[in-house]
Design a binder for this molecule. Structure first.
Ligand code: AP5
Ligand code: MG
Length: 216
């Protein structure tokens, strides 16, 4: 199973990617998480990425493509993978096509999660994440039982630094300008699976699984 999830910030890519990758037992590869992890461990890549993340812009393609190439070459990706948030522009899509040509198997589908912009802002600004296990909360739909403490591991819950209303607006603009063109790119290859992301989380997952299994 080789799948990509695209969609605007806050559309539920990582929520669905977590559930989907558990269901199909494949690695969930999120470039956003990889950059945040690199920053936490204090690498140069992490520091460079952070500059772009906090402005709401994209991390330069050469850095992004490099980390994805390295990750896809790891043995656990030989049976499949799910890419969350990559590619994010046409140059990255071309680079991914090249990487995939050198790997066995084909791309099974590109899931496009659709959610209106007003809902995205509400979801992003109310998101909280566990600093230890990464569990994602929403202050209204899925609040932690104890304020600021993760239900699963007891870790401290925080708000991502790019989840302010101003940066969220910039990220949505970047999505419309740079990522949206990928919808036509993958549609023209017959790979696009369109899913309504404004539904209950488990209903979205069901639609994704149905779409991928029918298409592959
Ligand atoms: P990244 O971390 O990928 O952020 P993003 O694309 O902006 O998307 P998010 O993670 O904010 O949202 P999501 O769609 O995963 O939603 P989630 O499931 O959390 O990237 C961050 C930055 O890193 C970028 O801005 C860029 O700078 C850089 N970067 C990353 N990849 C890059 C690349 N390829 N090239 C260059 N730069 C790159 O859900 C959101 C909230 O909604 C949660 O609270 C959740 O609980 C809730 N929720 C989810 N689903 C539902 C539902 N169905 N109903 C109600 N609530 C829901
Ligand atoms: Mg995410």
């Amino acid at each position: 199973m080789r799948v990509i999830i695209i969609g605007p910030p806050g559309s539920g890519k990582s929520t669905q990617a977590d559930l989907f990758s558990q269901y199909f037992q494949i690695p969930h590869i999120s470039t956003g998480d990889m950059f945040r992890e690199a920053f936490k461990t204090g690498t140069i890549l992490g520091k460079k990425a952070k500059e772009h993340q906090t402005s709401g812009g994209l991390v330069p393609d050469e850095l992004t493509i490099e980390i994805v190439l390295e990750r896809l070459n790891q043995p656990d990706c030989s049976k499949g993978f799910l890419l969350d948030g990559f590619p994010r522009n046409v140059a990255q899509a071309y680079a991914l096509d090249k990487i995939l040509q050198s790997m066995p198997g084909k791309l099974d589908g590109v899931i496009n999660i659709e959610v209106d912009d007003e809902i995205l802002l509400e979801r992003i600004t109310n998101r909280r994440v566990c600093s230890q296990c990464g569990e994602t909360y929403h202050l209204t739909y899925y609040p932690p039982k104890q304020e600021d403490i993760c239900n699963l591991c007891g870790g401290k819950i925080y708000q991502r630094s790019d989840d302010t209303i101003e940066i969220a607006r910039s990220r949505i603009i970047v999505y419309h300008e740079q990522t949206k063109p990928l919808i036509d790119y993958y549609r023209s290859q017959g790979l696009l699976i369109e899913v309504n992301g404004d539904q209950d989380i488990h209903k979205v997952l069901r639609d994704i699984i149905k779409g991928v299994c029918n298409d592959s």
